[in-house]
Design a protein around this ligand. Structure first.
Ligand code: ADP
Ligand code: MG
Length: 600
């Protein structure tokens, strides 16, 4: 028989149990202490940790301080100054449960020294393993310093589950970064084992991002703001070129609270899905501000996850704002300059900070700007600067670099390289290299999508219908979707068990070979299953079609064709990447060229 005597647990034990929930690792204590400093209205916060925060955490602020009478209350359980009434709905401060300080004091050695504004001296209170000592007078500047030594000395079971000091330090740094991004107007200093990791003055969000992420990453970010009813979104999002191997560079701030929210993450993913390659993750710092009763932060003790009253509205706002930001036409922003050797070298260099520093990014094979064949015979065709008389249209778009084409962001074509790339001179003197196939594919895709949206892709009937041999399964799949395919400008009919008859093709595509196109579409349908509506795979189908209607690599282009392609890129949304998320063009600025030659 088990003893059946029921008794109330002693307060110390309750606090130790709670400590395990609220403070599961040093980073959690750091988070609570910095949040308290922010809630106290601090303008400067300095954080220092030793041995991953296990040996020591110190957080100092210049906020309002805690009065002598309130000090014992601050370390008592469920004592908080932040919930005026019984409402758990209108929460504007970061803390409100009143459990952080007692939990930390139960698990480690807590010492709080505080001097409220206007008081002539400070007071100190100590809590060690749950034992609270009486406050004593002390010296100290206005504000509060909280130090925690030997966290978990009183809860050895928890201590065993800690990772190495290095990993705990990384987690703590990640927490401080998140808070520093959420409150850029507050000066933040973070020190790890005596080394200053960052020390930022109060600044705007853009400067804070540059300070924490590095200027190069910050340069690749697009500013955005958008509103929807009471919801306001602002922040910075990476262009399609600025992707990472993990989602660690995505920061969401809701009502000044850093959150890790699945809904927001998903919205970000959806917004970027078409413009970045699978497996890559965008960089973003997004702030959402909304009335406090529109969101419940009390879902999770760490208050990371939220519940939005209007979840659909939040999702629509985030996706819409990001798509609009990403739709900047080619040449408008300088995304491709991010693929320059200097950028890649710096990005791959050892990170300055400790942790969420980016996993080194492999240089994408297609973005190796140094791979110009210097030694091999030049596979470059110079454009004739004095072209022999040509038909009207051609002459109009003649492409001498000195011409008016220089007014355009991508500049004027100079040559075709390897029959695949267009070499151009931008107005600012930068060299631009365009992947003709990738660029044209994107243009075709956008045109197809526009026609589809306008009611249907224009079909070009074939003079002689083409018979395309396919497998019986492919034929069945294609014919099951014949009606939907007609809206894509692709008109087909049954033609025996192992063939289909093609009567018309999308006009935008020119005159592609029908057989490979049909097989590709059949593949696409196979992936989605016969029952899935084609319209649900709209982007995928359009991408497949576009691939067939595009200028191939290896095709020679006239100067006029090159210029026309470039002008269209400048006018087309999302033209800086192809449908697979690869860049369509690269820029080598003067500075980049000088660096390559070691002149800088
Ligand atoms: P909560 O933040 O949920 O209220 P805490 O246990 O973290 O609970 O803190 C208890 C109380 O101590 C706070 O409500 C606040 O009044 C006071 N406090 C804690 N840290 C600070 C600080 N750095 N500056 C001023 N007051 C503080
Ligand atoms: Mg708190």
């Amino acid at each position: 028989m088990l003893p059946t005597c029921i008794r109330l647990l002693p307060e110390t034990l309750v606090n130790r149990i709670a400590a395990g929930e609220v403070i599961e690792r040093p980073a959690a204590a750091v988070k609570e202490l910095v949040e308290n400093a922010l809630d106290a209205g601090a303008a400067r916060i300095a954080i220092a940790i030793e041995e991953g925060g296990i040996a020591r955490i110190t957080v100092r602020d210049d906020g309002m301080g805690i009065s002598a009478e309130d000090l014992p209350l601050a370390v008592a359980r469920h004592a908080t100054s932040k919930l005026g009434d019984e409402h758990l709905i209108r929460i504007a401060t970061l803390g409100f449960r009143g459990e952080a300080l007692p939990s930390i004091g139960a698990a480690g050695r807590l010492c709080i020294t505080s001097r409220p504004r206007g008081a002539d001296h400070a007071m100190t209170i100590r809590v060690e393993g749950g034992d609270v000592a009486d406050p004593i007078p002390a010296s100290g500047p206005p504000g509060t310093e909280v130090s925690v030594r030997d966290l978990f000395f009183a809860t050895p079971a928890r201590r065993k589950f800690l990772k190495s000091p290095r990993i705990e330090a990384e987690a703590a740094e990640a927490v401080v970064r998140r808070l520093a991004l959420a409150a850029p107007e507050v000066a933040f200093r973070f020190e790890n084992d005596g080394r200053v990791v960052f020390d930022r003055p109060g600044e705007d969000l853009e400067a804070r991002i540059a300070g924490l992420f590095g200027a190069n990453t910050a340069e690749g970010l697009i500013a955005l703001t958008a509103e929807r009813g009471p919801l306001a979104l602002s922040g910075f999002a990476g262009g399609a070129h600025l992707t990472r191997a993990s989602a660690a560079w995505q920061y969401f701030i809701v009502n000044r609270r850093p959150v890790i929210d699945p809904l927001l993450r998903m919205a970000l993913r959806v917004a970027y899905r078409e413009v970045i390659p699978a497996g890559r993750h965008p960089v973003a710092v997004l702030r959402l501000d909304l009335p406090v009763d529109e969101v419940d932060v009390n879902v999770h003790p760490a208050k990371h996850e939220l519940r939005f009253r209007d979840a659909a509205g939040v999702r629509a706002l985030v996706i819409g704002a990001l798509r609009a930001a990403l739709a900047a036409p080619a040449g408008a922003a300088p995304p491709a300059q991010l693929f320059t050797p200097r950028f890649l070298a710096e990005r791959n260099a050892a990170p300055k900070g400790l942790s969420e520093a980016p996993a080194p990014l492999e240089m994408p094979a297609h973005a190796r700007p140094l791979a110009l064949p210097l030694a091999s015979p030049p596979a470059v065709r110079r454009l004739d600067p004095h072209p022999s008389p040509r038909p009207e249209g051609d002459a109009a778009a003649s492409a001498a670099p000195a011409s008016a084409a220089l007014d355009h962001p991508l500049g004027a074509p100079i040559a075709q390289v390897l029959d695949t790339y267009i070499l151009a001179l931008a107005p600012d003197g930068a060299l631009v290299l365009i992947d003709q196939h990738a660029a044209h594919e994107r243009l075709t895709q956008e045109r197809l999508a526009a026609e589809w949206r306008a009611g249907g892709v224009r079909a070009q009937p074939l003079l002689i219908p083409a018979v395309v041999e396919v497998s019986a399964a492919e034929a069945a799949r294609l014919l099951a979707h014949a009606e939907a395919l007609a809206r894509f400008g692709l008109e087909i009919e049954a033609f025996g068990p192992q063939a289909v008859l093609v009567r018309a093709m999308p006009a935008v595509l020119g005159t592609p070979e029908p057989a490979p196109l049909l097989r590709d579409i059949a593949d696409e349908l196979g992936e989605s299953g016969v029952t899935t509506a084609l319209a649900a795979r709209l982007d995928a189908v359009i991408a497949r079609l576009a691939c067939h209607g595009s200028i191939r690599a290896g095709r020679r282009l006239h100067a006029a064709e090159m210029a026309a392609l470039m002008r269209e890129m400048e006018a087309t949304p999302r033209a800086a990447t192809c449908s697979h998320g690869r860049p369509t063009y690269l820029r080598l600025s003067r500075a980049e060229i000088e660096r390559l030659f070691g002149r800088r």
